[in-house]
Design a binder for this molecule. Sequence first.
Ligand SMILES: NC(=O)C1=CN([C@@H]2O[C@H](COP(=O)(O)OP(=O)(O)OC[C@H]3O[C@@H](n4cnc5c(N)ncnc54)[C@H](O)[C@@H]3O)[C@@H](O)[C@H]2O)C=CC1
Ligand SMILES: O=C(O)C1=N[C@H](C(=O)O)C[C@H](O)C1
Length: 233
Amino acid sequence: MKIALLGYGKMGKAIETIALQRGHTIVIKTSKTDNYTITDADVAIDFSIPSAAFGNISNCINNQVPVISGTTGWLDQYNDVVSLCKKQKGAFIYASNFSLGVNIFFELNETLAKMMSKLTDYKLDIEEIHHTQKLDAPSGTAITLAEGIIKNNDAYKGWELDKANNNNIPIVAKRIPEVPGTHTISYTSPIDTIKIEHEAHNRQGFALGAVIAAEWIVDKTGVFTMKDVLNIG
Ligand SMILES: NC(=O)C1=CN([C@@H]2O[C@H](COP(=O)(O)OP(=O)(O)OC[C@H]3O[C@@H](n4cnc5c(N)ncnc54)[C@H](O)[C@@H]3O)[C@@H](O)[C@H]2O)C=CC1
Ligand SMILES: O=C(O)C1=N[C@H](C(=O)O)C[C@H](O)C1
């Protein structure tokens, strides 16, 4: 496949390595709004910055190039992308986290949330830790985890950064140099604590998942998620 990398930072470079190992060619690499012809690519992978994602994705969809986006922090425009994709009969996947391990963790989180929904003595919090260059907080993955809990436990209606209000899940975001991404869900009662955690050791899992998603979507039309790609849940 001929791949366009929209965003050639830490993730763009990790994706390039895996894509080349899997026999693909990188035909476009952008680190800003450079001039390029997106139709030179069979598929585009956007790991850019929150303010650039919507423009990058729309350009692909308007030109009938299937697009994968892992960029976080732009989701107020997600529904506009879904509408555009339907109108243009394009192909699009967004995932807050492309790694297989985190997608299994998402399923585990929902199952645990269902089990904990009747145990009102337990107080819940989500913690995420990332490197200090990260632009957004909380992480997209922490938001997906919160949404998975809200769907399965009526006690929670939303989430809030650094605050524990009645019906909102508190998300604590920590920034520590070089941490690729750690997410922890804790349920604490006066008697004990139940914890589940995913710790990425490097960026390879995110990058491999993104390339697998690109290989999967290249001949499809529609809006999909990693559940469709990995066939889990
Ligand atoms: N969904 C997932 O599995 C993962 C998502 N991410 C997300 O991916 C995004 C990128 O992460 P990193 O590579 O670590 O960041 P980074 O800061 O290393 O790279 C971002 C790159 O985007 C470039 N850029 C800026 N404006 C652009 C534009 N208009 N078009 C194309 N590129 C542009 C920057 O110059 C930079 O090279 C972040 O939003 C991060 O949260 C990161 C890891 C995994
Ligand atoms: O910015 C990062 O690095 C990461 N961002 C994603 C997120 O916001 O959840 C995924 C991963 O945790 C790494």
